[in-house]
Design a protein around this ligand. Structure first.
Ligand code: SAH
Length: 345
């Protein structure tokens, strides 16, 4: 999965196959930028501070976030430097274009002024992994990043376990030690080592120095047995094993395993809560309304429809979740204040 996705992201425009929240709704990135600014206040206004994004795609979320930060939190803007975690050279080029000022003022995007552009303390710095981020306080954003990280699948066959591998487009099963998961005979369980390792790295980092990370991604609160691997090719569901590297491969995120990994090393975790609840609490709909009022009716309607798509429970509002990892002393991050027992997975 890791190699197939690396080839896919390096050779294709993924946004020809699927769309994401920042691509359909500019207020999404703006709200996340303001979340980062509030979190920076909560962390005690550290300076310098890193504003990072993992898997920035076209750079749209970061561009919208920085525009909102320039307008609403200039002190944060002055303190931050932008770091992007991206393995695809193709997408790095798109991110450079999105974040290199002066971007032409686009009627599609907010009328907020882009006073100093996004350059401020220099161009973004790119990383292959979060482990090379400088040793400074960190605020990390990541939308639909975890779902692209590789998984391993194990299946229970009678009293024994097998791991599932892909060879020549088909699954082969090999005997394997039992994963630390329960399952009935015949069931498949998924293990997300890369995501769990990331959560552990962040938890350790936040235990040692101020920081917070916000993940928006899809999956149940706690994963149950089942095969969640999906492929999208040319905008349609496809066989994940045919033509590796030609389709976007994703799997559901297991939020509970990330929380356990971060807490085990001294980090704090908040959520997950449904994306719709998180974005509504942070004012996505009000912000969209304000923006819509400046637009012609057809455009205004499209903006409102897009924001609704992100929050409606039967669209992206419930399956998508928000999870925050943070320093243990940090106040509860914005949007995560209430207990979430009443939200179904
Ligand atoms: N966050 C963006 C894009 C999501 S697509 C959006 O919401 O529109 C997934 C992104 O993660 C792409 O930018 C892809 O190149 C990147 N990516 C996937 N696997 C990665 C890995 N192992 N390390 C770093 N980046 C990765």
């Amino acid at each position: 999965m890791a190699r197939a996705n690396a080839a896919y992201y390096a050779s294709r425009d993924p946004f020809a196959d699927f769309t994401t929240a920042p691509e359909i709704c500019q207020a999404f990135g703006e709200i996340l930028g303001l979340w980062a600014a509030v979190t920076w206040e909560q962390l005690g206004r550290p300076s310098p501070v890193i504003l990072a994004e993992a898997g920035p795609g076209r750079g749209t979320l970061m561009r919208d976030a920085l525009r909102a930060i320039v307008a609403g939190a200039p002190a944060f803007r002055a303190a931050l430097s932008v770091h992007l975690i991206e393995t695809s050279p193709r997408l790095r080029a798109m991110q450079t274009a999105a974040l290199t000022p002066p971007p032409a003022p686009s009627p599609e995007r907010s009328p907020l002024p882009l006073r100093e552009g996004v350059r401020g303390r220099g161009q973004p710095v790119w990383h292959e992994t979060i482990t090379t981020l400088p040793d400074q306080p960190l605020i990390l954003l990541a939308n639909e990043f975890l779902d692209a990280l590789p998984i391993r699948q194990f299946a229970r066959r009678g009293g024994a376990w097998v791991e599932r591998f892909v060879r020549d487009g088909a699954i082969v099963e090999k005997p394997a030690p039992a994963p630390r998961r329960e399952a009935d005979d015949g069931e498949v369980v998924e293990v997300r080592e890369a995501a769990v390792e990331l959560a552990g790295t962040l938890g350790r980092r936040f235990a040692a120095r101020p920081g917070a990370a916000l993940f928006l991604d899809y999956g149940p609160t706690e994963s149950t047995p089942g095969d969640s691997l999906q492929a999208i090719r040319s905008g349609r569901p496809a066989d994940p094993f045919s033509e590796p590297g030609s389709a976007d491969l994703t799997a559901h995120v297991d939020f509970a395993s990330l929380i356990r990994a971060a807490r085990a090393v001294g980090g704090a975790a908040h959520g997950p809560i449904p994306q719709g609840v998180f974005l509504t609490r942070l004012g996505l709909l009000q912000r969209t309304d304000r923006l819509a009022r400046t637009q012609p009716p057809a455009r205004a309607l499209a903006l409102i429809e897009a924001a609704r798509r992100l929050v409606e429970p039967d669209q992206m509002g419930r399956l998508f979740k928000a999870l925050a990892l943070s320093s243990p002393g940090c106040p509860v991050p914005a949007g995560f204040e209430e207990p979430m027992a009443s939200f179904p997975a």
